[in-house]
Design a protein around this ligand. Structure first.
Ligand SMILES: [Zn+2]
Length: 264
């Protein structure tokens, strides 16, 4: 009997999922900080060398920081979408966000996947759905027969939404991706952070979609400008110097992010 175990999640770590089946695989690996404990938790359930694949939902360090250690300990292949692969492959500490966690991104030898790639484990047959917006190479894994969705940081339970204001993030792409997910029939929903739900996942995703569509372009612009105004920045001068984006990216979260997001 196949099952999905929920591990990880300590500190800033993403959730780590272990699909226990004929061909077991791991989804996301957390940061590097709790690598030893995370590996021990996996090893309590299955021999590490039985893990054939490690799937990364996107490039961010809180999901990929432990990937090199996991790959070595398990002797497993690491899969990531083509659009996020290079940053992990070369160990780009900026776009993976490793710097924000005071660590360097380790280089990971990855195999790229695209939309439609299939991961069959025995009872489960997950298909990769490209869901950019949180990062350009973010993906979700969907098993239609079991109505099971692993959503990475695209949507969380209870209407949560991933940040779009980090490098390669994009609001319009995120909106489109959440629309795609909202059309799936989802029971169990396993997000990259926060608790999964074992039923009625579709309702959670539709809540996320409502939260996103309520957030208009005007709100979006205001949420970017307000913190700058409050800090007495000269907006006109910043725009003239082309520095508005730079200032915003210095780590100020949008209002939406503060309301809904956890993790990178
Ligand atoms: Zn993320």
């Amino acid at each position: 009997m196949a099952s999905i175990h929920v591990l990880g999640g300590m500190g800033f770590d993403s959730n780590i999922y272990l699909v226990e089946d004929e061909h077991p695989f791991v989804i996301d690996t957390g940061t590097r900080y709790h690598l030893r404990k995370n590996l021990a938790d996996v090893a309590d359930l299955l021999p590490l060398d039985s893990i054939e694949r490690i799937f990364l939902t996107h490039r961010h360090y809180d999901h990929t920081g432990g990937a090199a250690g996991f790959a070595e300990a398990c002797g497993a292949e690491v899969l990531v979408h083509a659009d996020d692969a290079n940053s992990v492959r070369i160990g780009d500490s900026v776009s993976t966000g490793a710097r924000n966690f005071d660590d360097d991104q380790e280089r990971v030898d990855v195999t790229t996947v695209e939309e439609g790639h299939e991961i069959a484990t025995g009872q489960y047959r997950f298909i990769v759905i490209h869901t950019p917006g949180h990062t350009v190479g973010s993906v979700s894994l969907y098993d239609e027969e079991n109505a099971t969705l692993i959503s990475g940081d695209t949507v969380f339970t209870n209407g949560g939404i991933g940040r779009w204001d980090l490098p390669t993030g994009d609001f319009d792409q995120l909106l489109e991706s959440v629309q795609i997910l909202s059309e799936l029939e989802v029971g169990p929903l396993y997000p990259g952070h926060m608790s999964p739900v074992l039923s009625r996942g579709s309702e959670h995703i539709r809540m996320s979609l409502r939260n996103l569509t309520d957030f208009t372009q005007e709100d979006l612009l205001l949420s970017r400008l307000r913190p700058l105004l409050e800090q007495g920045e000269d907006i006109v001068e910043l725009i003239r110097k082309g520095e508005l984006n730079k200032v915003r990216k210095r780590g100020r979260k949008t209002e939406m992010s503060e309301r809904f997001d956890i993790g990178e």
